[in-house]
Design a protein. Structure first.
Length: 287
C-alpha cells in the first residue's frame, strides 16, 4: 500500500479504528475530527477526499484520534456542539447538549407567543443553550441563566456574548432558586436538571461517566431529587399561571408527575415523549 495518506484513507482508517473500539457513530466522528483538524467544513472535506495530507496534518489528526480513543467526547475535542440550529461552546464543565433536549425548547416555544415579552428562568443552565435559544427565537423576552457552578456559567457567559443576546440575558450563580433571590417572579421556567440515579452514573458510556461533570448528572437514589426541589420551591419565584418545562429521564414520567401533583398548587401536569418514545419532558403550570 502506498505511504501517501489522503483524506479518504485517514477517514477510512479512523472509521474502522473507532468501530473496532465500540465507539458509536465512527464515520461521523472521523468526519468531524478531520474537518476540525484541517480547519475546513465537511463539504470541503468530501470535495478534497483524494488530497494528500502533509506530515504536520497527519500528526495533528492522529493526536485527535488518540483523544477520541480515550472516549473523550467529540464535542469536547471540537470545543463546540450544535443545538437547535446554532453552535454553542462546550467543555468539560458543562453537559454536551443532546438532540432530545431540543424538545424542551420546542415545548417552551409552544408556550411563548411570537410577540411575548415575558421573563424566563433557565435553571441548571450549563452552557446556556436552552435559555439563549429561547432568547434568539423570541426577541421580546428576557432570560436569566442560573447555575450553581461558576465554571459552567463562564461557558454560558461566552455563549451569551457569541450569540449577541447580552442585552436581554442575565447570568446568575446560585443553588437553584437562590440564584434569583430579589428578582421579580418569572413568566416561565425551563430546566435540564440532573436526573441520573447516583448509582447508575458509573455504568453510563465513558463519554458521560468519565468526561461530563457529575454534578450535572447526579440526582439521588431515584434520579428525581431536582424535580422534588423545583416543584417544592418554585411557587414564590413564578407568576401565577407560569409554565414550567423540565427535562426528565426515560421511565421517570409517572413518578415525576406524582411529585408535582403532590407538591400542590399546580395546574395541569403533562409528560411528553421524545422521538424514540421515551419520557423526556415534564410540563406543568403554577397556580
Amino acid at each position: 500500500m502506498t505511504d501517501t495518506w489522503t483524506i479518504r484513507r485517514i477517514l477510512t482508517w479512523m472509521t474502522e479504528d473507532f468501530r473496532g473500539r465500540g465507539i458509536g457513530s465512527p464515520r461521523l466522528d472521523g468526519e468531524l475530527l478531520i474537518a476540525h483538524g484541517l480547519g475546513i467544513d465537511r463539504v470541503r472535506m468530501y470535495m478534497d477526499l483524494d488530497r494528500p495530507l502533509t506530515g504536520e496534518e497527519l500528526t495533528l489528526l492522529r493526536a485527535l484520534v488518540a483523544r477520541r480513543r480515550k472516549r473523550e467526547p467529540v464535542a469536547h475535542i471540537l470545543g463546540k456542539r450544535d443545538f437547535f440550529g446554532r453552535t454553542f461552546e462546550v467543555n468539560a464543565d458543562v453537559l454536551v447538549p443532546r438532540p432530545e433536549t431540543e424538545l424542551v425548547v420546542e415545548r417552551a416555544l409552544a408556550g411563548l407567543p411570537a410577540d411575548s415579552e415575558t421573563t424566563v428562568l433557565d435553571l441548571c443552565t450549563g452552557s446556556g443553550c436552552i435559555g439563549i435559544t429561547l432568547a434568539m427565537e423570541r426577541p421580546g423576552i428576557r432570560v436569566c441563566l442560573a447555575d450553581v457552578s461558576e465554571a459552567a456559567l463562564a461557558v454560558a457567559r461566552r455563549n451569551v456574548e457569541q450569540h449577541g443576546v447580552g442585552a436581554r440575558v442575565e447570568v446568575r450563580q446560585g443553588d437553584l432558586f437562590a440564584a434569583c433571590e430579589g428578582m421579580p417572579p418569572f413568566g416561565m421556567l425551563v430546566s435540564n436538571p440532573p436526573y441520573v440515579v447516583d448509582a447508575e452514573i458509573d455504568g453510563l458510556e465513558p463519554e458521560v461517566a468519565t468526561f461530563e461533570p457529575r454534578m450535572a448528572l447526579a440526582a439521588g437514589d431515584d434520579g428525581l431529587s431536582f424535580v422534588r426541589r423545583i416543584a417544592g420551591e418554585c411557587g414564590p419565584y413564578l407568576e401565577a399561571g407560569a409554565l414550567a418545562v423540565l427535562e426528565i429521564g426515560d421511565g421517570q414520567g409517572a413518578a415525576a408527575r406524582a411529585i408535582v401533583e403532590a407538591a400542590g398548587g399546580m395546574g395541569r401536569v403533562k409528560v411528553y415523549p421524545d422521538l424514540a418514545g421515551h419520557d423526556r419532558v415534564l410540563e406543568f403550570s403554577v397556580g
